[in-house]
Design a protein around this ligand. Sequence first.
Ligand SMILES: Cc1ncc(COP(=O)(O)O)c(C=O)c1O
Length: 428
Amino acid sequence: MSPVLDPFGRLQLGGVSLAELVGEVGTPTYVYDVDAMAAGARELVAAFGDAPHLVAYAVKANTAGRVIRAMAGEGCGADVVSGAELRVALGCGIAPDRVVYSGVAKTDEELDEAIGCGPRGICAVQVESLEEIGRVEARARAASRRARVGIRVNPSLDLKGLTHASIATGHDEAKFGVPRVDFVRAVERIEASPHLELVGIGSHLGSQFMGEGQHLEAARMLFDFVRTMRGGGGAKSLAFVSVGGGFGVDYTGELADPLRPADFVTAVRTEQRGAGLDGLALVVEPGRSLVAPHAVLLAQVIQTKVAAVARWLMIDAGMNDLMRPALYQARHRIVPLVGAASGPAAVPWRVVGPVCESSDDFGEHLLPSDAPDAVAILDAGAYGYTMANRYNGRQLPVEAFLSGGRLVSSTRREPVDGWVADRLSAGC
Ligand SMILES: Cc1ncc(COP(=O)(O)O)c(C=O)c1O
């Protein structure tokens, strides 16, 4: 659940007062409501009813072991994009059979890990180009295995205005996916190889779509492909169709009735039934929608700076902790830990971090004119910690995990000394 104010005006997440938590875990700290994340996954899995399916949680959104284990506990598999993510997913108890692996330039070592794990390799290596098919085949031959592959098709949709350009992937200019016009050639190549088994086709359009229209269009294309392939006597081993992830999150908090991940599934399932393809498993790869809303990034105010042009609120979390605003102009709501953000005493503050970049800027927010001691950056559970870095020699943020109405664990804040020693010894 998103944070709520308790009767005393203190911000709470997962039943825990964030103002009290700051004293325990320090800042900057990501705080995750793991129970709420699990509940979202449960709701999504339930939306499939008895239909064959795989909810492959896109671990890139939030790679914390506790979060992935919670997803696995609700019946999710994993969508990974690197050998390291694959290892984390497997280490969290997700069976190889429930892992799909996308990525435009997987290395040979990564392919070997994916093809070689478990009795039959992972559920599907999702190839993203004709060229990759030959590489997967070579690695499968070397391992004396038959690799299960899916084709990630780029559906060439016009996605302008539907999401930010930097996170749209299912269009002509993107590096992702087998171009739609090459789909038949991809199928032929895979089906001609004794080392490959075509088990799925799919598409991933990008992230943060607020309506389901583009997913339905892509799904129709995929279902048409399946019917054409089957009409020609092919695709005998095809087991699934994937419509990827990308289900959006209401970062404004203002939408009366935002679509939920289950709504996307229900819409696509209707299309699938209409196409007469009920027997195929439907795969979805949600990341953001399962984890973003159930987390905050806690930061303390270091100082203010009031000038003619702006009132800056300078906090101890920066673009190295949460890159999304600097990377693609994302806007997260920012609220004080105690008291309401708006009200008669609220004024616009430009909230910025300490990093030496003008893009280290979280935007203008209404906050009390008496600067708060600490703030929470909302909806920070996806693509937050996973993109954090040590630019300017900054420490990585801490992650704190809430469950059952209490803090159950947190990571260690690594002292800055390690970075200093590493840099001092670099090249020496
Ligand atoms: C192949 C693939 N699937 C799923 C996702 C998850 O997208 P989202 O977090 O928007 O659901 C991504 C994100 O980049 C992806 O690349």
